[in-house]
Design a binder for this molecule. Structure first.
Ligand code: GLN
Length: 304
């Protein structure tokens, strides 16, 4: 398969559609990014990397970080983790409050904000210095020691994070947070604030296409069974209340963030990361989803 030619083709097709969608405006650091940006990277399990556009430019990974927190936290708790967070698509917005009340403080899944707050709480309970351990973990997965958090993004998130604070307080009232609300929010904003490029993300997700084994450290990050489960969750819950649309049009497990990044996984083959900051109504990258749809169509490879 000539992945480079396919990426070049996709780049041409996407370029004349840009800008499309609206960049996130709830914090200035996201609002100021050009909607013309586009980058894409493919990493194969055989060790090959292909890229196009602004694939080396770091951007705010936002909710994509929720895959890293889950995969770091899952081995600590094993299947006990599913007593505190569910496994079903939410069908509502990623920061919705109502469902959490109806369902007595058990978030639908680990990728909506409430679920990610519970996972943050679990990490804080297991790690001495959760921020440092988390950053080390992501750097190892990405094989890049230069991956950094962005304290300005984290501060802005905190200043505008009224809904996340409400969700965390709700969780606490249902006794589904062990640590202090403020501590959990601080760690949550920290992990959302990481800056990574498409190349970093394609590399960092590779273990999910490689039966849980990290190619760069040669370490098992997850068991094969846990890997299968995380991929299933990304398929059903990775793009919020647009997961059905994403599965229909792209046909891959994937995780998006409001910074405009999306990472897709083709088990036993490759990962593909894309970035374009203009978002659709559901908070997923407009051009990013289109590019992934073109990728699975042109390669003829999806999980279906
Ligand atoms: N930091 C963002 C928030 O908490 C992440 C949301 C996202 O990427 N969907 O609202």
């Amino acid at each position: 398969m000539n992945y480079q030619a396919i990426l070049d083709d996709i780049h041409q097709e996407v370029l004349h559609r840009l800008p499309c969608g609206d960049v996130a405006t709830y914090i200035p650091q996201l609002a100021s990014v050009s909607p013309q940006k586009f980058g894409m990277a493919v990493q194969t399990v055989g060790g090959e990397m292909f890229q196009v556009g602004e694939a080396f430019e770091p951007f705010s990974i936002q909710s994509i970080s929720k895959v890293f927190t889950l995969t770091l936290g899952f081995p600590f708790e094993g299947d006990k983790i599913w007593t505190r967070v569910g496994l079903e698509p939410s069908g509502s917005a990623f920061n919705s409050l109502v469902q959490l009340e109806y369902e007595h403080g058990i978030p639908r899944n680990p990728f909506i904000n409430a679920g990610a707050l519970v996972i943050s709480d679990i990490l804080l309970s297991h790690l001495q210095d959760a921020q440092t351990s988390f950053l080390d973990y992501v750097r190892q997965r990405a094989n890049n020691s230069a991956v950094q958090d962005d304290p300005h993004v984290a501060r802005s998130e905190r200043q505008s994070g009224f809904r996340n604070a409400a969700l965390a307080n709700f969780l606490k009232s249902f006794t589904n947070l062990t640590n202090e609300v403020e501590e959990v929010l601080e760690f949550y904003y920290f992990h959302c604030s990481l800056s990574m490029s498409c190349v970093d993300l394609a590399k960092a997700f590779l273990f999910l296409a490689n039966k849980g084994l990290c190619l760069w450290t040669n370490q098992p990050v997850l068991t094969q069974s846990q890997t299968k489960r995380v991929n299933a969750l990304m398929l059903t819950c990775g793009t919020y209340d647009a997961a059905g649309d994403f599965a229909f049009n792209v046909g891959l497990p994937g995780k998006s963030g409001v910074g405009g990044g999306i990472v897709g996984v083709i088990p036993n083959r490759l990962t593909v990361a894309v970035w374009s900051p203009g978002l659709n109504k559901k908070g997923n990258s407009f051009a990013g989803q289109y590019a992934l749809e073109l990728f699975t169509t042109k390669t003829g490879v999806s999980i279906f």
